[in-house]
Write a protein that binds this ligand. Structure first.
Ligand SMILES: Nc1ncnc2c1ncn2[C@@H]1O[C@H](COP(=O)(O)OP(=O)(O)OP(=O)(O)O)[C@@H](O)[C@H]1O
Length: 930
């Protein structure tokens, strides 16, 4: 195609008859030998063609092509280097894999990779070679300018241009605006194709030369035969279609009669020869058809002009074969004629010998062949011969010939010699013909081999072309991708520019905003600092105020208490015990809303509220209870009477509050420790003497628990009951006849106290496992004598654990203890009466109605600082009792005592002691008041 494009361009075709057409010279027309030199373009013509293309390749273009070729070669070289490097890495990996002994799959994968890399390396090396060849084929720029044909000489610019020729078509070419084309091809392509065409022509020329030489050899051999000049002329006259003379000669011999058949006879050698020739012809025709097929197949693949050349060569070959066939035919014809002539001659001789005087003319009669078409047998006697009309005619002719015997004898002889020669020549000719056929066969075989080789090469070239096409497509795809990426990149660049501008604008805005924000921030910071300062001031003020408030609150409470104390009011603490096991599932109705208020939810009257000096919650510990209580202990050291009592329904926690248990000691044991602690603290300035008594009011009877035997005797005999409740002149209640025991320390005091408690009356009720069935009164007398001035102060702490107020049915007391319950209720009722009288400012307070009220005379409205615990149960089960207790305690809180200090001067105390001693010596009664 490329070659066709180049050569169909009129500018290339310098001599239309020279290129693409086999021209037959005048001299060779007779011999039918192609004039190869004249059909092949001369070197000058080739140079003209090259020069035309090179003329187009002006210096800039040539330089560009060379540069682009060099670039391409460098690129491919770099690629090759990279592949080689990768190859060496893969090789190292394979070696390592073998050393380590990795699995076969990995090794196979590496091997496949290695093969691929090898293939790529080979391909790239070939590409580099091709590029180098093309580069060398392009003449240097000086030569382009000078346009010297030598520079384009086929020998000097001989390149192996094949279908792998890869003219750089990348960006470089595009960028260099290399747009000159020849029939749609770049000059470089045209140059390459021209070169290809020239090479093909050279090959064809070589081939034809060989054929021509062989042909000439054959011809020389044919011509060089002795005595063959005539036959040669005849043969070549036949070859050249000049058969007139021969036909005349034939007509002379055969009288040229239509329908006459000249039998050659049954000569075996001739028929064998004919058969051989026929077989050879068949073989030749088969070979020819095969050759034609192969030629056609090859022609499809070769450039058109080369194909045309080959076609012409082929037609020449066909012509030559036709000539050969004709010669063969003529040979046969001549052979048959010779045979005929021989037969005639022999017949004529026979006739002449047999009938020498038969006719006047004595001309021999010629019997031709064995043709006896009329079925008449010839007679052997010679006198009568039965002959056909043909025989008669022949005889006439023979007669004629005999008449000219003398003239023809010489000719016959000559003919015989000629026949002999012809026979010899025929043999020779057959030999040469067979030799020529063999040669022709060899040539054909060689040609077929060449064709096969060429087809192989063409196949490999086609495969390489395909690879090249794939590579080109890949390059084009890559270029397209690259272009797309470039377009995308440019679009992105535009976007980026826009975004950069936007970003810049936004940054400016942001900077402005930053400045504004900073200004605002600084302002805000100033304000914040200001506010913080103000806030800290406020916080400080608030803190101070809070502290002041708390201090004031405490002070207020303190002063309120003080006022209350000064007023002599009884202080009342409320303590709510935790729910017992049996009360867990029952509703809780009594709650502590704040440290001074207890609320009780009643089903009929709603929520009831009671205010007390302090309210303790169920989980408040014995420590917390005593913490708010121990100030009173100090008052006893100051000479005041102090009374701490617990009131409440049975099982509400009175005994737990006053006495406690072993693990949770109550107010009494803690008071013992506190007394001796204070005494110890004051031991520098005061001498302290502690004495105590423990009484029980059981069934309206006083029992001295420090002397329980006395109790038994008193019960048995009232006369022996010496325990009498008395008051001294300052109103302090004391019990005459009760054992007052001195205590040196708290432990001995507690030990004796616990011992005394063992004698207390208790019982198990439904409300309490260890219900106190009596009122317990513990008197602690503290007498302090100042070591400085001898002042004596005498204070008393009364700890009273009242028996539980109860409803007999609810508490489930037995009939045996019913009397105890009645006595308890009676005493508590008297206690209530006294409270009523005191709170209603009645002139008469019924202390004497009951021994309990008589005993507590100095604690209720008397000369004492009184603290009463009202113990309540939280559960709804005890709601009624709880409300009664709380109402009762609220009234007690209104009671005012007449609090005075029990202090005397040292002298009075001394005198009193003297008097007491005298009195003890003179009289046992020292009561000052009853
Ligand atoms: N605040 C409390 N914390 C823990 N347990 C308590 C509390 N108050 C009372 N109890 C328990 O409740 C039960 C009854 O208490 P306590 O004996 O003191 O009642 P009481 O009022 O003295 O009864 P009674 O009048 O029948 O003698 C006891 O087992 C006691 O341990």
């Amino acid at each position: 195609m490329g070659a066709k494009d180049v050569f169909t361009n009129p500018q290339f075709v310098t001599s239309p008859g020279n290129v693409g057409a086999l021209k037959t010279s005048t001299d060779d027309q007779n011999n039918n030998i192609p004039a190869l030199e004249q059909t092949e373009p001369s070197d000058e013509e080739w140079h003209q063609k090259y020069a035309f293309i090179i003329g187009l390749l002006r210096k800039p273009h040539a330089v560009l092509i060379k540069e682009s070729l060099a670039r391409e070669r460098d690129k491919v070289s770099q690629k090759l280097q990279a592949y080689k490097l990768e190859r060496s890495c893969v090789r190292d990996s394979i070696i390592k894999a073998k050393q380590i002994g990795t699995d076969n799959g990995a090794q196979q994968s590496l091997s496949a990779q290695m093969k691929h890399l090898d293939m790529m390396c080979v391909t790239l090396e070939r590409q580099i070679d091709v590029l180098s060849n093309v580069d060398q084929a392009i003449p240097s720029t000086e030569n382009i300018y000078s346009g010297e044909p030598d520079s384009l000489d086929g020998t000097s610019s001989e390149i192996m241009i094949n279908d792998e020729l890869d003219v750089p078509r990348g960006r470089n070419n595009r960028n260099s605006n290399f747009q000159i084309t020849i029939n749609g091809r770049s000059p470089l392509d045209a140059f390459a194709m021209l070169h290809l065409e020239r090479c093909a022509h050279r090959e064809t020329r070589k081939e034809l030369n060989q054929i021509r030489k062989k042909y000439e050899v054959l011809r020389d051999e044919f011509d060089s035969g002795e005595g063959l000049s005539r036959s040669n002329s005849l043969l070549f006259s036949r070859i050249n279609g000049d058969l007139e003379e021969d036909e005349m000669f034939s007509n002379n011999l055969t009288n040229d009669d239509q329908g006459t058949e000249m039998s050659i006879g049954t000569d075996d050698s001739s028929s064998r020869l004919v058969e051989e020739v026929r077989l050879k012809e068949m073989t030749i025709s088969q070979l020819r058809s095969r050759l034609l097929h192969l030629e056609k197949a090859r022609m499809d693949k070769v450039p058109v002009d080369a194909a045309r050349e080959i076609a012409r060569l082929h037609s020449t070959l066909v012509q030559l074969e036709r000539v050969r066939d004709e010669l063969t035919l003529q040979n046969y014809t001549l052979k048959s004629k010779l045979a005929e002539l021989s037969a005639r001659i022999s017949d004529s001789a026979t006739y002449r010998l047999e009938k020498p005087n038969h006719t006047n003319s004595s001309a021999p009669t010629v019997v031709i062949g064995s043709s006896h078409e009329n079925g008449q047998d010839s007679s052997e006697d010679g006198t009568h011969v039965s002959v056909t009309s043909d025989e008669l005619r022949l005889r006439r002719k023979s007669t004629y010939k005999v008449a000219h015997n003398n003239e023809t004898n010489a000719e016959i002889k000559q003919l015989r010699a000629f026949i002999n020669d012809l026979h010899a020549k025929e043999v020779e000719y057959q030999r040469k013909l067979s030799h020529m056929e063999t040669e022709l066969g060899n040539v054909k075989n060689q040609y077929a081999d060449e064709c096969a080789k060429r087809s192989e090469v063409e196949k490999s070239v086609a495969a390489l072309k395909e690879q090249l096409e794939i590579a080109k497509q890949r390059v084009e795809t890559t270029e397209k991708c690259f272009l797309m990426r470039e377009e995308e990149s440019s679009a992105l660049k535009l976007d980026l520019d826009t975004l950069n501008e936007e970003n810049k604008r936004l940054k400016d805005d942001l900077n402005l905003l930053h400045i504004k924000v900073e200004i605002e921030q600084s302002k805000s910071m100033e304000k914040l600092t200001k506010y913080e300062k103000e806030m800290s001031i406020f916080i400080e003020q608030n803190k101070t105020l809070l502290e002041d408030f708390n201090r004031e609150r405490i002070l207020r409470k303190k002063y309120f208490n003080l006022v209350e104390e000064l007023k002599g009011k009884i202080r009342v603490f409320c303590r709510i015990r935790p729910p017992s096991k049996t009360e867990k599932s029952i509703d809780i109705v009594a709650k502590c809303s704040d440290p001074y208020t207890v609320t009780v939810e009643t089903p009929t009257k709603g929520m009831k509220e009671y205010q007390f000096d302090r309210v303790f919650m169920p989980d408040d510990s014995q420590d917390q209870i005593f913490e708010d209580t121990k100030n009173l202990i100090k008052s006893a050291f100051d000479g005041y009477n102090v009374c701490i009592c617990a009131y409440g329904q049975t099982g509400s926690g009175k005994t737990y509050t006053i006495l406690g248990d072993e693990t949770h000691p109550g107010i009494a044991p803690r008071t013992f420790s506190e007394i001796f602690l204070l005494a110890n603290n004051m031991s520098q300035t005061y001498e302290t003497q502690v004495s105590f008594y423990v009484l029980e009011l059981y069934n309206d009877k006083l029992i001295d628990l420090l002397n329980p035997t006395a109790v038994v005797s008193s019960n048995d005999s009232p006369d022996n009951n010496k325990l009498e409740i008395r008051r001294d002149r300052r109103g302090t209640v004391w019990v005459s006849g009760a054992k007052v025991q001195f205590a040196d320390d708290s432990s001995s005091l507690e030990r004796n106290f616990r011992q005394a408690l063992l004698s207390r009356h208790t019982a198990t009720t439904r409300m309490n496992d260890r219900s106190s069935r009596s009122h317990l009164i513990v008197g602690l007398i503290i007498e302090t004598t100042s070591k400085v001035n001898g002042t004596v102060q005498r204070g008393k702490i009364s700890l009273v654990d009242l028996a539980g107020s109860e409803r007999t049915g609810k508490s489930g007391v037995s009939a045996d203890t019913l009397r105890e319950a009645n006595a308890i209720n009676k005493s508590l009722s008297a206690f209530g009466d006294v409270i009523n009288a005191l709170t209603t400012d009645q002139s008469f307070v019924p202390y004497r109605n009951n021994k309990l009220t008589l005993l507590m005379q100095d604690s209720l409205g008397g000369n004492a600082k009184t603290l009463m615990f009202v113990n309540i149960s939280p559960s709804s089960f005890n709601l009624d009792e709880t409300i009664i207790s709380l109402s009762y305690a609220s009234r007690v809180k209104q009671v005012t005592n007449a609090v005075t200090r029990n202090a005397e001067s040292k002298e009075i105390a001394r005198l009193k002691n003297v008097i007491n001693r005298i009195k003890r010596g003179e009289s046992s009664s020292v009561d000052e008041d009853s």
